[in-house]
Design a binder for this molecule. Structure first.
Ligand SMILES: *Cc1c(COP(=O)(O)O)cnc(C)c1O
Length: 399
């Protein structure tokens, strides 16, 4: 019987050039982003310039985590306590957490059969809630029809905040994911597309918004040091009006991110090669429903999702157990209690008056998920997909 032995949580080593840059920063002792020698640009400033350039936007801010960036983004667009913010019911816990942190109230929108936000439900809830904001997670790298998202935002004058934790490097119709909204956030946490342990970015093309975000991040009035930032005079009116929510990135993490950013596109290709291979192996399996991905979606598949529409929960539990016994770790979003990152909307009990979302629950109850760390070779991915195929087949009853 085939089995797999590698770890599903083991990422690649940090590139040697990044390690050298980190050692250099440590030798200098100047780890704080504003602690630079005369005439020196800090690693954090350089990283922000390079990320802004990569994204094709004027402004970028590096900060302490993706979830922090989401919180600051909400504050920077002007969300006030009690405001309603539309967001995906299928997302990771930092998203409702950031909304809660800003005092706002999440309005959860159903997931569709391809794990994107359900646009009919979004339309209905935008109309009915009067929410002025949408925090859109491109969850697990699945990008909703952005043409329709933008039309809905325009119709209801909704400010769009993109959560691009899983779409760094991806596009919709040739336009980078993260350049549709007024502001977008990214994570550089270990399991995302760049790895600094913890970290995140916030990007925008709006000078006022970015000035506020930089003040929130804790710039100690040193905003003029930022390269990927608006002119210092933009800060004049707001610098005393904006609290310091201290959440900066430091030079050590920036130093290890810069060489990784230079390799991001080739890493994305490696993920997609692995995904395509697994898709090919799983495709013929009748019981498995793979994600339908529109031609306009140029995704980065650093994780794999599939559904088993005909499987009841007991059978899915059995499948997860049999795969695990053969070394393949699948996560199930249908479990009653969260397991690692699989928290579901009904486990965010701090949200008051949580509606029940039967459509989302039904879809998530069939959804399996796995990460594709780049320490897996293409042969590894072939083997994993074959194991999944075999286990699903054994558990399928063909009548
Ligand atoms: C990882 C993640 C974030 C942010 O995560 P941090 O751990 O705070 O960097 C936000 N949204 C989604 C969907 C994520 O997966």
């Amino acid at each position: 019987m085939k089995s797999f032995t590698k770890s599903f949580t083991q990422q690649e080593a940090i590139p040697e050039s990044a390690i050298e840059a980190a050692v250099e920063v440590m030798r200098s002792g100047r780890l704080h982003r504003y602690n630079s020698a005369a005439g020196e640009r800090s690693e954090t400033d350089l990283l922000e310039m390079e990320f802004a350039e990569y994204m094709g936007v004027p402004y970028a801010l590096a900060c302490s985590s993706g979830g922090y960036a989401l919180h600051v983004a909400l504050c920077a667009v002007g969300v006030q306590s009690g405001d309603k913010v539309l967001c995906n019911a299928f997302t990771l816990a930092p998203v409702p957490g950031a909304i809660h942190n800003s005092g706002a109230v999440p309005v959860l929108v159903d997931v569709d059969e391809n794990y994107c936000i359900d646009l009919d439900d979004l339309y209905a809830k935008a109309a009915q809630s009067g929410a002025g904001y949408l925090m859109l997670s491109h969850m697990r790298g699945h990008i909703a029809d952005m043409d329709r998202v933008m039309a809905i935002c325009a119709e209801f004058a909704i400010v769009l905040i993109e959560d691009c934790a899983h779409t760094m490097g991806a596009f919709w119709d040739g336009k980078r994911s993260g350049t549709f909204g007024q502001v977008a956030c990214f994570s550089t946490q270990t399991y995302k597309h760049l790895n600094s342990g913890e970290g995140g970015f916030l990007i925008s093309s709006d000078a006022q918004l970015m000035a506020r975000a930089i003040m929130y991040s804790g710039s100690y009035m040193l905003y003029a040091n930022h390269c990927a930032a608006p002119d210092p005079q933009v800060f004049a009116d707001i610098c005393l009006q904006t609290p310091n929510y201290s959440g900066r990135m430091d030079n050590l993490r920036a130093a290890i991110l810069r060489p990784q950013l230079a390799q991001l596109d080739s890493q994305c290709q490696r993920w997609n090669d692995r995904y395509a291979l697994m898709e090919r192996v799983l495709q013929p399996c009748q019981a498995i429903r793979l994600t339908q991905r529109p031609a306009k979606e140029q995704y980065v598949a650093s994780t794999l999702q599939f559904s088993l529409p005909e499987f009841c929960s007991d059978k899915i539990i059995e499948l997860v157990a049999q795969c695990a016994a053969r070394g393949v770790v699948l996560k199930w979003f249908g479990a009653a209690t969260p397991d690692g990152y699989t928290s579901r909307y009904d486990s965010w009990c701090y949200i008051k008056d949580m509606p029940s979302l039967p459509v989302t629950e039904q879809r998530l109850s069939k959804l399996l998920d796995m990460r594709i760390p780049l320490t897996f070779t293409e042969e590894d991915c072939q083997l994993i997909a074959e194991i999944i195929y075999e286990v699903v087949n054994e558990l399928t009853d063909y009548r």
